[in-house]
Design a protein around this ligand. Structure first.
Ligand SMILES: C[S@@+](CC[C@H](N)C(=O)[O-])C[C@H]1O[C@@H](n2cnc3c(N)ncnc32)[C@H](O)[C@@H]1O
Length: 277
């Protein structure tokens, strides 16, 4: 098994991570030390990106890129950094080995090889927006989660009151993790394999998309009137995965579909949008 590591200065970290997630959408390991942040991707030889590819996205001047061979237990390493997180005092995401605590809505997630422990700022921002929508009484009817990873947002949506909930992803590891996690949470998800680069994802009145800025803009191109009838467009869209400086571009792209920005949340360099029509 190969471990590809990209080490950079903390001020470059969010930008390097955003680029890396395009190459490794299932997530990367993060390690912080004095004056550096290191991100690592694991995979079999031939399955991990090329070193040159990584250097190109991360920028030659600011980073050090290394490849090392590691033992084959890499898939279990995420357990070291998966800790419970609480969002808005209303919802708690925890790994299965941590006990239930308090009376927050309990979402139990073991991501396996998929992205989505709940801890990433983009996931947290989406959860915050979903909780507020639920508090306003908007958590009714169908929802769809594009790029579901571990299923964390789809499962949270189901527990907050939306239903039925569709969860889609292009990665088999994500679909498997979402299925296992849905069962562990006692919720039903309709799980579908979809590559949003190849076709329009299934739309629900409330749609959720924690993808990258580039993928979100591509989704807009897929949701054209030719591909969809206007009533099929989401009424509400919670989206993230973009850097704050990319939020304007994503917002402008969706406004071409009549989805206007209602809220923008920022955490560090990351942003999330609530769009509606
Ligand atoms: C940033 S993760 C978000 C996971 C989870 N929804 C969360 O918020 O923690 C993005 C997810 O999108 C999926 N993805 C990336 N490119 C995709 C594509 N072209 N079509 C469908 N899913 C994609 C990845 O496999 C990954 O699970």
């Amino acid at each position: 098994m190969i471990r590809l590591a990209v080490r950079c200065a903390p001020e470059q970290a969010e930008e390097v991570l955003a680029e890396l997630l395009v190459l490794a959408p299932n997530g990367v390991e993060e390690e912080r030390g004095p004056g550096f942040v290191e991100y690592a991707i694991y995979g079999a030889p031939g399955e991990v990106p090329e070193l040159g590819e990584l250097k190109a996205v991360a920028g030659e001047d600011v980073v050090k890129v290394t490849a090392t061979a590691v033992p084959d237990d890499w898939a279990d390493r995420w357990t070291d950094f998966h800790k419970p997180i609480e969002v808005a005092g209303r919802l708690r995401v925890r790994p299965s080995w941590e006990p239930v605590e308090g009376d927050a809505i309990d979402v139990v997630i073991d991501p396996g090889q998929a992205f989505g422990t709940g801890a990433h700022p983009t996931t947290r921002l989406c959860l915050e927006l979903l909780i507020e929508l639920a508090d306003e009484g908007a958590a009714t009817g169908p929802a769809a989660d594009w790029g579901t990873g571990s299923g964390v947002l789809a499962i949270a949506a189901a527990k907050l009151g939306w239903g039925p909930v569709i969860a889609c992803d292009r990665e088999l590891a994500s679909l498997e993790a979402a299925g296992v996690n849905a069962e562990a949470n006692g919720v039903e998800l309709s799980i579908e394999r979809v590559d949003v680069r190849e076709g329009a994802p299934r739309v629900a009145p409330t749609s959720i998309a924690n993808l990258t800025a580039n993928l979100l803009v591509e989704v807009v191109e897929r949701l054209t009137p030719e591909a969809l009838e206007a009533p099929e467009l989401p009424r509400l869209l919670v989206c993230s995965g973009m850097l704050e400086r990319e939020a304007g571009e994503v917002s402008a792209a969706f406004s071409r579909l009549g989805l206007e920005e209602r809220d923008r949340r920022v955490d560090g360099d990351w942003a999330a949008l609530l769009l509606g029509r």
